[in-house]
Design a protein around this ligand. Structure first.
Ligand SMILES: Cc1cc2nc3c(=O)[nH]c(=O)nc-3n(C[C@H](O)[C@H](O)[C@H](O)COP(=O)(O)OP(=O)(O)OC[C@H]3O[C@@H](n4cnc5c(N)ncnc54)[C@H](O)[C@@H]3O)c2cc1C
Length: 471
C-alpha cells in the first residue's frame, strides 16, 4: 500500500468530498480498455489546476504515486494504478471554455469528451479533425497525453498537430503554460510537443488551446473488396500515386470481415479476402469526383467488388461496420491483446502474411484492421480461454520482433503505458532511452507522477549518479 491511514486522512482533510474512497469509484478506476488492472487507494476528482498542484506537492512530501486519468479508454494501461496510490481524475474539468471562429481555435479543459468538442466546433462551421474511434469515451486531455490518432489522421494529422498550447502542472506542483494562442510560435523549446504524447508521466494537462480548421463541406465513402491483402495494399499506393488524397483509408482482413459478415453489403469470397474503406472529403463536387476516381483506381488495381460511393446515412452504415469489429473481437475473446504496430506502407502485405504464420504457430486467432494509409494496423491477438494468455504474450513478442525488422514501430497511436513497456528497449537505443529517463528524472526526481509507465525504471547506478550530481 502506498498510502498509510495518516496520509489518507491528510488527503481527506485537504480535499474533502473530492477525495473519493468509495469501493464503487475505486472499481470504476481500476482498469482501462486494455483490460490491465490495478486498484487505486483513492480517487481525487480534481476541480481545478490548484487541486492538481496541491496533490502533487503532497505526493512529493509523502512519496505516493499519482496517476492521471481522463476517460479511461486507453489501450495501454497508462491510467491504471498498478502500484496503488491516488488516481487523479480530470473528468470533471469538462468545460469548453471558448471556440473562436475568428481565431480558429478552441480553449478547453482536459475532461472534455472528444466527440463533444467535434460536435460543438461543427455547429460553428469548424472542425477539430482528430477522430480516435473511441471518441465518445475519450477526453481531449487523454488524447493529448497519448497523442491519439484516428482514421482521418491520414490527411489531417494526429492530436499533436492540433495542440497549440497547454496549461500543465509539473510533478513539482508548479503550474506552467506552454505554446501560445496563435497558429504559429517558435518562442523557445517546444515544450508542448514534449508533453503531448508523454502519457501522463511528465505533467498533468489542465487546459488546452487547440487549432481548428474549416469543416469540410462533404464526405463520401466507398468500400472495395480484394482477393488478398497484397492487392489491397497495391490499391492504397495506386490511390496516392494518382494524386487522390483520402481522409481515411481503412483496412480489414478476412478474419475481421467474417466477424461482421451479417452487416456487409456483399458476400465475402476467397480465403484471403481483404476490404478497404475509403473516404474522400472537401467540397461536394471535389469529394464526389475524387470518390469516382478512387473507385476506378480500386477496380483497376484488382478489386473483386467496388461499392458505389455513398454519403449520408449509407456512409454512416459503412463506418458502423468498421466500428463493430473491435467490439465483436472483444466480445468473443477471453484473452485480447490489442497491439497497434505500424510498418512502412510497402510492408503491409508482409505484415499480414506474418500474422497468418503467427496465428498457426501459436494456435491463436488474430484479427487485423486499421489505418492502411498510415501503415498502422491494429493487430488483435486473441485466445478463447485464459489458458492461452502466455501463448498470446509470446505471439505479441514475435510480432514486435518482426515489425521492428520491417522498419516499423511498436505503437502507431495507442501509446506504451504498461502494455508495451517491455518492448520499448527493442525499438529505442540505450542512449535514447537514457536521455528519456533523464528528462523524466529532471521533471519528476521523486518519481511520483505515473511511475513505472512507458520507460523502464532507472538503474541503481543511474540513481546514484543523480545523487552525486546534486551534491
Ligand atoms: C473502442 C476504442 C477505440 C479506440 N480507437 C482509437 C483510435 O482510433 N486512435 C487512438 O489513438 N486511440 C484509440 N483508442 C484508445 C484511446 O481512446 C486513446 O488512447 C485516448 O486518447 C485515451 O483517452 P482517455 O481520456 O480515455 O485517456 P485515459 O485512458 O484515461 O488515459 C490515457 C493516458 O493518458 C494519461 N492522461 C489522461 N488524461 C491526462 C491529463 N489530463 N494529463 C496528463 N495525462 C493524462 C493517463 O495517465 C494515461 O497514461 C480507442 C479505444 C477504444 C476503447
Amino acid at each position: 500500500m502506498a498510502l498509510s491511514p495518516e496520509i489518507l486522512s491528510l488527503l481527506s482533510r485537504e480535499f474533502g468530498e473530492r477525495l473519493d474512497l468509495s469501493p464503487q469509484i475505486l472499481a470504476e478506476c481500476a482498469a482501462d480498455a486494455s483490460g490491465i488492472a490495478g486498484v487505486p487507494e483513492a480517487v481525487l476528482l480534481a476541480q481545478d489546476a490548484a487541486d492538481v498542484s496541491r496533490l502533487l506537492i503532497l505526493a512529493n512530501e509523502h512519496g505516493f504515486p499519482v496517476i492521471p486519468r481522463g476517460g479511461g479508454s486507453g489501450l495501454a494501461g497508462g491510467a491504471v494504478a498498478h502500484r496503488g496510490g491516488v488516481v487523479l481524475s480530470l473528468a470533471g474539468l469538462s468545460r469548453i471554455l471558448r471556440i473562436s471562429p475568428a481565431d480558429m481555435i478552441a480553449e478547453v479543459e482536459p475532461g472534455v469528451i472528444t466527440l463533444s468538442l467535434r460536435q460543438e466546433a461543427e455547429k460553428l462551421g469548424l472542425c477539430y479533425p482528430p477522430d480516435p474511434a473511441g471518441m465518445d469515451l475519450s477526453t481531449i486531455g487523454g488524447n493529448a497525453a497519448t497523442n491519439a490518432g484516428g482514421p482521418s489522421c491520414l490527411k489531417y494529422g494526429v492530436t499533436r498537430d492540433y495542440v497549440l498550447g497547454l496549461q500543465a502542472v509539473l510533478p513539482s506542483g508548479e503550474i506552467i503554460r506552454t505554446g501560445a494562442g496563435t497558429r504559429k510560435s517558435v518562442a523557445g523549446l517546444d515544450l508542448t510537443r514534449l508533453l503531448v504524447g508523454s502519457e501522463g508521466t511528465l505533467a498533468v494537462i489542465t487546459a488546452l488551446t487547440l487549432k481548428l480548421i474549416p469543416k469540410p463541406q462533404a464526405a463520401v465513402a466507398l468500400a472495395a473488396l480484394f482477393p488478398d491483402p497484397a492487392t489491397a495494399t497495391r490499391a492504397v499506393t495506386a490511390v496516392f500515386q494518382a494524386g487522390v488524397f483520402p481522409c481515411a483509408l481503412e483496412f480489414m482482413d478476412r478474419a475481421c470481415l467474417t466477424l461482421v459478415a451479417d452487416l456487409l453489403p456483399f458476400p465475402i469470397t476467397g480465403p484471403g479476402a481483404a476490404m478497404l474503406l475509403v473516404e474522400l472529403d472537401g467540397s461536394p463536387q471535389a469529394a464526389a469526383l475524387d470518390a469516382e476516381r478512387a473507385a476506378w483506381i480500386m477496380d483497376q488495381a484488382g478489386a473483386t467488388r467496388v461499392l458505389p460511393p455513398v454519403s449520408g446515412q449509407e456512409r454512416e452504415n459503412l463506418w458502423a461496420v468498421r466500428r463493430q469489429i473491435s467490439l465483436r473481437i472483444h466480445e468473443q475473446a477471453a484473452v485480447y491483446l490489442p497491439e497497434d504496430v505500424a510498418v512502412p506502407l510497402s510492408r503491409i502485405p508482409d505484415l499480414i502474411d506474418r500474422l497468418a504464420e503467427l496465428g498457426q504457430r501459436f494456435s491463436l486467432s488474430i484479427f487485423a484492421f486499421g489505418h492502411a494509409g498510415d501503415g498502422n494496423i491494429h493487430v488483435n491477438i486473441t485466445a478463447e480461454a485464459e489458458s492461452g494468455r502466455e501463448r498470446a504474450e509470446e505471439c505479441a513478442s514475435a510480432l514486435v520482433t518482426d515489425v521492428l525488422a520491417m522498419g516499423g514501430t511498436i505503437s502507431g497511436e495507442h501509446g506504451v503505458g504498461l502494455a508495451k513497456k517491455k518492448f520499448l528497449p527493442l525499438e529505442l537505443s540505450p542512449a535514447n532511452l537514457a536521455l528519456q529517463q533523464g528528462i523524466k528524472a529532471l521533471l519528476d526526481p521523486n518519481n511520483v507522477l505515473n511511475p513505472g509507465k512507458v520507460l523502464p525504471d532507472r538503474t541503481a547506478s543511474a540513481l546514484v549518479r543523480d545523487q552525486d550530481l546534486k551534491k
